[in-house]
Write a protein that binds this ligand. Sequence first.
Ligand SMILES: CC(C)(COP(=O)(O)OP(=O)(O)OC[C@H]1O[C@@H](n2cnc3c(N)ncnc32)[C@H](O)[C@@H]1OP(=O)(O)O)[C@@H](O)C(=O)NCCC(=O)NCCS
Length: 155
Amino acid sequence: MSGKWPTRYRNYCVQPLHFRDIGQIAALERRVFPEPMSWKQIWRKYRSPHTVYLVVKDHGRIVAFFGFEVIDQYAHVLANVTHPDYRRQGLAAFVLTAAEPLARDRGAKAFLGEVRLSNTPQLRVLETIGWHVVTEIPAFFGNGETAHIVMRIFS
Ligand SMILES: CC(C)(COP(=O)(O)OP(=O)(O)OC[C@H]1O[C@@H](n2cnc3c(N)ncnc32)[C@H](O)[C@@H]1OP(=O)(O)O)[C@@H](O)C(=O)NCCC(=O)NCCS
């Protein structure tokens, strides 16, 4: 399925990000992140040819998304979120895995991301799908929290 855009996960519909959906992404970011990206920041990423957002919808409602941008050989993680009402259904594992061939097609050799030390759920998800913590950067986040630097090297 190399490079093929997925269309469904369970009963949900999978799409690229559309302009009209940026508001929903921004609202989810505000709901779950201490330092969310604003509508305008997401819009700028949306317009960039280097950015991909994979969006999962349940009848028009965004239930999960994963955004990344390809910079040289790396696909840098912008964010992945699963709506609180839709967790533990494998949605995060799905979006992160389904995005891998899309990133590879754009020339990336690996995903690279930063995860807060306190974010056990995300670290567990990544562990289950073959990502690795490669190092830590103290005081990486705005609130002084340490980041785990995580990678998934494509095979
Ligand atoms: C982290 C997050 C994306 C996980 O989303 P999710 O769709 O619920 O994750 P999945 O259902 O794909 O989980 C896959 C596996 O990861 C592990 N896992 C996921 N959430 C977990 C939790 N809260 N506690 C322990 N293990 C967890 C489990 O092994 C799970 O498999 P299982 O349900 O069969 O046991 C979600 O909690 C979230 O949106 N958090 C806020 C935003 C965030 O922190 N994003 C990441 C940083 S960019």
